[in-house]
Design a protein around this ligand. Structure first.
Ligand SMILES: [Zn+2]
Length: 267
């Protein structure tokens, strides 16, 4: 498994094998909790995960508020395992053709499913995959870089999103040396295998800018997602942003530096 391709999103109909899923019936899962649209089934006690489950419920409200997308109307199934061995064994039976991923989201036949196990990255993985699930529940299509950028942004706990994310310091460092990620390059990426650490970081950086930079940037993201939801050809977000914010590169640098100087720094 590649170090950085930790997650996978599978588009509707991509893998015909998914039609014959054999997920264990709900009654066979000893621990079940419903939080927001997520129906979580686990092979371990979910009671100590109370805070994480609350964050998942809050994630839906946060996406609605920040991105102004619709809330998911459907239930999203979440399957959680206490260790990697059990997780691997289960998935090899259900999805024998899929490469191993530490966590992933699959959407097939109108049903979204998230799988994860209690690795050292469990909480971030779960927030990441559940973000994919919420986006794909209401948007017919999301460009790959934007999908991964949003999932990477929301995988961080809410209190750390402004300036405590793992990618923050390298993006800040680059900006201080005058370097701004190229959204145009990200927009050309067509498959997840082409998303390495740099592409995840740059995708995260643009979402961070649109969420914490000038309000016009967030407005453009909201309108872009609105066009996706309405199945209107959205064009390129890089071009839309450049039209709306002529001094885009300098605004990007100002935004990340301002976030670094914020009193709410969490390190
Ligand atoms: Zn992802």
């Amino acid at each position: 498994m590649s170090l950085y391709h930790k997650t996978i999103t599978i588009a509707v109909g991509l893998i015909p094998l998914l039609l014959s899923l054999e997920i264990a019936p709900a009654a066979e899962w000893p621990y079940i909790r419903t939080v927001g649209p997520f129906v979580c089934r686990a092979d371990f006690n979910l009671e100590p995960q109370h805070e994480l489950l609350s964050e998942l419920a809050a994630l839906q409200a946060e996406l609605v508020r920040t991105l102004q997308i619709a809330p998911a109307k459907e239930a999203i199934e979440v399957y959680l395992f206490h260790d990697e061995v059990t997780y691997r064994r289960y998935l090899e039976r259900i999805y024998p053709t899929l490469p191993f991923r530490r966590a992933f989201f699959i959407r097939a036949n109108g049903l979204g499913r998230v799988f994860a196990y209690k690795s050292s990255q469990f909480e971030a993985d779960l927030r990441h995959e559940c973000t994919h699930a919420l986006l794909h529940a209401v948007l017919p299509f999301v460009p790959l870089w934007l999908d991964e950028g949003l999932a990477s942004y929301f995988e961080v706990s809410a209190r750390n999103r402004l300036n405590g994310a793992p990618y923050f310091s390298s993006v800040l460092w680059n900006a201080r040396f005058g370097s701004v990620p190229k959204m145009e390059k990200l927009e050309k990426i067509g498959d997840v295998a082409s998303m390495g650490k740099a592409e995840y970081r740059d995708s995260w950086a643009w979402i961070h800018f649109m969420c914490h930079g000038p309000s016009a940037a967030r407005d453009e993201l909201v309108e872009y997602l609105g066009d996706l939801a309405a199945q209107k050809p959205p064009g390129l977000l890089s071009e839309r942003l450049a039209r709306r914010i002529p001094s885009l590169s300098s605004e990007f640098k100002v935004s990340i530096k301002r976030a670094a100087n914020s009193q709410t720094a969490q390190r």
